[in-house]
Design a binder for this molecule. Structure first.
Ligand SMILES: Nc1ncnc2c1ncn2[C@@H]1O[C@H](COP(=O)(O)OP(=O)(O)OP(=O)(O)O)[C@@H](O)[C@H]1O
Length: 759
């Protein structure tokens, strides 16, 4: 055996001992947690009082969460080691572990002490002499990669253990599974800066395709939850992605990092109860995303606060005609508007006043109907003129109002003038009413693009309008407020109790992160077991502690308005690429969309290295970028030497043969077929099973945004270029999805921008 092989065997041996020890500590931690979970359940069987139930729930949920976290880190528990010049070394892993003497033996990757592992470079090693990557298969150390920063500082023995291949390239070569994985072992320095950036303000991460924006943003979520657990556990973290397919694609990253409490959603799902997936014509998308839509929605709300058609409001009731002059209605409307409450809350004021007016009107009508002088009576008291209206005191008015409110005719009249409205009704009726749109649309807004038939399905562009409407309409929440007040009293009691539970059960001492007030909130009247994430996801008005927006270039100004409502503290991570904007309402500059909300509190980081696409394919992409977004720089590929991309002239019917050959080339990996929007159905028919886990998936450019495949077949590039004004950007997205092989198929002529591929 050579010296080198000896050295490697020794190193593997010694690392195996360390790794076996860590797994032993992990197993012990798991056992302890499982045991205590069992005890909690066993002890809780007799719990009958509310206090006892709270105690059981608090402790059980705490233990269960800890257990889930311990289970999540099984794969690749320890992946790195750093050695400094003093001879000290430190192991870095998915979670921190302590030995029996409570000494820290494995450092959590997010802890400040682990940072040198990610930021040391040959030119700036930051005191390190070596960074070592450990490759595990199950619990076995199967490989080691070393980077040495200071050969001088190492002994002869240590030098012999050097092993070759960079861990990053090994990671990048792995076949794709249809789901994004975590990259905790190979985070790069520029990404580390993004991940550990401060929680405050808006961080914009601009970077070309494959630069790891998504993966860095998700690791940032895990980092922030670790570092600011107190704030974020309470307020929650929201990740907004471009579509449900993308959310499925990234769904495993955070759980693998031990974080299961992040809410993930799309713009189309941000209004509770609506799951909009439909898209619409670019012209409609552009108008709906325009900020002037906020004015239009506001005008539509005011438009529903009406005045009687004629000179007065008349209500026929039991043979009486109740009359309230138009001017009185106008006065009441102004009085209700001036308080600036949302429509449905202001309605209460309006209705209260209007009912009193109707009560007076009723008294007047009654007077008129009693023709006293026609009665044959001598008693002077009885023949004295009546003043029923003047006789009404406050109590009479209230009683009469209540009675009138029970009359369907009165209800109808009130609803005509100031109806209770839901956001859905308001928006649906507005978009189906060209006359109102024409009358209310702000100058210059192409309202004609908005018109659609009643009952049309909700689109992604409608969701910010619904949210806007919900803000302006508000809900009559008096019943909820009463309930909340009652819950608030119980909350104080629960909080005190939860604090005691944490101390008594020792949870607080173990440094588990949950806080008593968080726990008490969780176990308040919502019912036990509802987490912050559960509650946040169901509540449109929830204020998150941090929001991450991915593929953020696609959000319209109206969508940003909605997102910003969810994060009043303006703590945001905005991740995207202006060169990939496909939406007609999407961003042209980050300042333009964000500055109105965050002003000077916007920082920008740029990611410049493409970890996905080999250089051969990236050259094709760079041609497209130069033609359609000449101001943007393509990222530099970290890899070279893959298969040459190619173009094949053939009808789509022959795609299955080509796809079968490509699949053979990539072996275990996944293949994506990307089509113009208009040809998706035609191509998808050729490939019956097409979900994300299938070997072959057929997607439109919109759907494929953010995803990647080992091999990609782009169908009909001319069709993609022609599908909208952003066709060039769409083609750029399509050709940057492959990690290994790219094929373009066409039927007529190959677009000149792809001439590099000409056969
Ligand atoms: N440090 C890293 N170590 C290993 N793999 C990485 C690293 N950074 C990125 N990758 C991989 O590179 C690929 C691209 O990453 P990601 O999807 O996050 O890029 P992106 O910038 O969001 O791309 P796009 O703009 O096209 O959506 C993924 O497979 C990701 O796992």
């Amino acid at each position: 055996m050579s010296n080198r092989q000896d050295g490697l065997a020794e190193a593997l041996d010694s690392e195996q001992r360390a790794v076996t020890w860590f797994y032993g500590l992990l197993d012990a931690a798991r056992e302890r947690t499982e045991r205590s979970l069992r005890q909690v359940y066993a002890g809780g069987a007799t719990a009958t009082s509310r206090q006892a139930r709270v105690e059981r729930e608090v402790t059980a949920s705490e233990r269960a969460r800890r257990l889930a976290q311990l289970n999540a880190v099984e794969r690749g528990l320890c992946f790195g080691r750093i050695d400094d010049a003093t001879g000290a070394s430190m192991y870095v892993g998915r979670i921190g572990l302590r030995d029996d003497r409570h000494e820290s033996v494995l450092i959590d990757w997010r802890a400040p002490a682990a940072r040198p592992f990610y930021v040391a470079t040959a030119t700036d090693p930051g005191g390190l002499v070596r960074r070592r990557h450990l490759h595990l298969k199950d619990r076995q150390v199967v490989g080691i990669d070393d980077e040495v920063f200071d050969l001088e500082g190492m002994s002869e023995g240590e030098r012999r253990t050097l092993v070759g291949e960079a861990a990053l390239l090994a990671a990048l070569r792995r076949g794709r599974t249809g789901r994004m994985g975590d990259v905790v072992a190979t985070i790069q320095t520029e990404q580390d800066r993004v991940i550990r950036a401060s929680l405050q303000g808006a961080l914009v991460v601009q970077g070309g395709p494959g630069t790891g924006k998504t993966v860095a943003a998700l690791h940032r979520a895990a980092y922030l939850l670790y570092t600011h657990r107190d704030t974020l556990e309470r307020r929650g973290v929201l990740v907004v992605g471009p579509n449900p397919m993308f959310l499925r694609y990234i769904s495993q990253v955070l759980p693998a990092l031990g974080e299961t409490q992040v809410v993930m959603t799309t713009v189309g799902e941000m209004f509770p109860g609506v799951r909009a997936a439909a898209t619409e014509a670019p012209a409609t998308e552009a108008v709906k995303g325009d900020l002037r839509m906020a004015e239009l929605v506001a005008a539509a709300v005011r438009d529903r606060q009406r005045l009687p058609d004629g000179a007065e409001l008349t209500v026929e009731l039991d043979g009486l005609r109740l009359r309230v002059p138009r001017e009185t209605c106008l006065r009441l409307r102004e009085r209700a508007r001036v308080v600036r409450l949302p429509h449905n809350m202001a309605r209460k004021l309006y209705v209260t006043e209007l009912l009193k007016e109707l009560a007076r009107a009723e008294a007047r009508a009654l007077e008129e109907s009693l023709h006293i002088d026609e009665l044959d009576v001598d008693d002077p008291e009885l023949t004295e003129p009546l003043d029923l209206e003047g006789d009404l005191d406050e109590l009479d008015l209230e009683l009469a109002s209540t009675r009138l409110w029970g009359e369907p005719a009165v209800r109808r009249a009130v609803d005509e003038l100031w109806p209770e409205l839901t956001p859905r009704r308001l928006v649906a009726e507005l978009l189906a009413d060209p006359e109102t749109l024409r009358a209310l649309a702000p100058e210059g807004l192409a309202w004609q693009e908005l018109v659609r038939p009643a009952g049309a399905p909700w689109t992604v562009g409608d969701v910010p309008l619904l949210d806007e409407a919900a803000e302006l309409l508000g809900e009559d929440d008096s019943a909820r407020r009463v309930a909340a007040r009652r819950a608030g009293e119980e909350q104080a009691e629960s909080e005190l109790y939860a604090r005691e539970v944490l101390t008594v059960t020792g949870v607080a001492e173990q440094g588990v992160f949950e806080r008593a007030d968080v726990l008490a909130e969780r176990h308040a009247d919502d019912g036990p077991g509802l987490t912050t994430a559960d509650r946040a996801a169901a509540d449109r008005t929830w204020a998150y502690g941090h929001v991450i927006v991915d593929e953020a270039q696609e959000l319209s100004p109206m969508a940003w308005r909605m997102v910003m409502r969810r994060v009043p503290a303006r703590s945001l991570t905005v991740v995207g690429d202006l060169a990939q904007t496909g939406s007609a309402a999407g961003a042209r500059s980050w300042g333009e969309v964000l500055d109105p909300y965050v002003g000077g509190r916007r920082r920008e980081e740029r990611l410049l290295v493409n970890y996905r696409t080999p250089a051969e394919i990236m050259r094709v992409a760079a041609d497209v970028l130069r033609a359609y977004a000449p101001d943007e720089e393509p990222p530099v590929s970290v890899r070279e030497g893959g298969a040459e991309p190619r173009a094949v002239r053939m009808p789509v019917q022959e795609l299955p043969g080509l796809v079968a050959r490509e699949l053979e080339e990539i072996g275990e990996g996944r293949l994506g077929v990307v089509t113009p929007d208009g040809r998706h159905a035609e191509v998808a028919r050729l490939f019956p099973r097409g979900d994300l886990d299938a070997p072959v998936v057929v997607l439109t450019v919109t759907q494929v945004k953010g995803l990647e495949f080992d091999a990609v077949v782009v169908v009909d590039p001319a069709g993609i270029l022609a599908q909208s004004e952003k066709g060039g950007q769409d083609l750029y997205v399509a050709v940057t999805r492959a990690t290994r092989r790219l094929t373009v198929t066409y039927e007529g002529d190959l677009p000149p921008v792809l001439s590099r591929l000409a056969p």
